[in-house]
Design a protein around this ligand. Sequence first.
Ligand code: NAI
Ligand code: 15L
Length: 274
Amino acid sequence: MSTSPASPKPFKRILLTGAAGGLGQILRETLHTHCAIVRASDISPMAPSRSTQEEVVQCDLADKAAVHALAQDVEAIVHLGGISVERSFEEILDANIRGTFHIYEAARKHGIKRIVFASSNHVTGFYPQDVELDAHSPRRPDGYYALSKSYGEDLATFYFHRYGIETVSLRIGSSFPEPRNLRMLSTWLSYADLDRLVARALLSPNVGHSVVYGVSANRDVWWNNRHAEHLGFVPQDSSHVFRAQVEQQPKPPVDSPDSLFQGGAFTAAGPFDD
Ligand code: NAI
Ligand code: 15L
């Protein structure tokens, strides 16, 4: 982190992976609050940089050498890139497992000390919806995607204890413009609250490896952030404003994954090899 007069923002350069994705497009705009330059990267082509405050670099996270080059002169990483839904293990392996490993190795080699990792609520997806969880609840990953996020959280713990690289793992609920179904009335994270959460994850001191659920101040939340109070994340939005509209949808059967498990339909995806 730098606070010299020439660089009054907390960071000189932040690397954003997954910048072409749904959340990446949001943070590509807002991260400028915290740094002089956003290096926006994705495997997908993106529009060229629009100003001297942005660098655009196409990069496959599975390519170790390319990821190392990507991290050159970076002070913090917001790591969103990868497969974001349930897929076969082979598809998850390169982007999420190798990719996140490459991010941590690049951070080690370049002396980068802060990573914000987009984990997922699916690391605890196999809990019933009537159980309240916190960051100390044992994980119950609900698929290969969730296993890759669980591995990412373990990488974060290891790289903190071994190399002093600090991470905030965001177990994001459902971050979309609006909640799409009844389950998301509980799991929804507004884009504005996502932005607040990422700010706290970047700027809070002494986070070690902290785990926080990324969820707005919804009426019926399943997650308690008591172990993340040091981050000072206070969500301001609520799914409540969409409740009447969402409740007009047909209710899923009471014995369907969407009604039973916190991870919803992800718990019933696959198998992929049959
Ligand atoms: P997204 O699927 O819209 O964006 C992910 C981006 O990663 C895409 O632009 C994709 O091209 C890129 N990507 C995929 N494979 C790559 C590779 N090998 N190398 C480089 N880039 C690659 O997902 P979204 O919704 O923006 O989510 C961002 C992150 O947050 C993801 O890691 C996702 O797992 C996580 N997350 C999102 C949630 C949500 O509700 N949006 C909930 C929980 C977690
Ligand atoms: C996730 O982890 C996914 O990336 C996102 O697409 C949503 O499906 C979300 O979880 C969710 O649980 O709603």
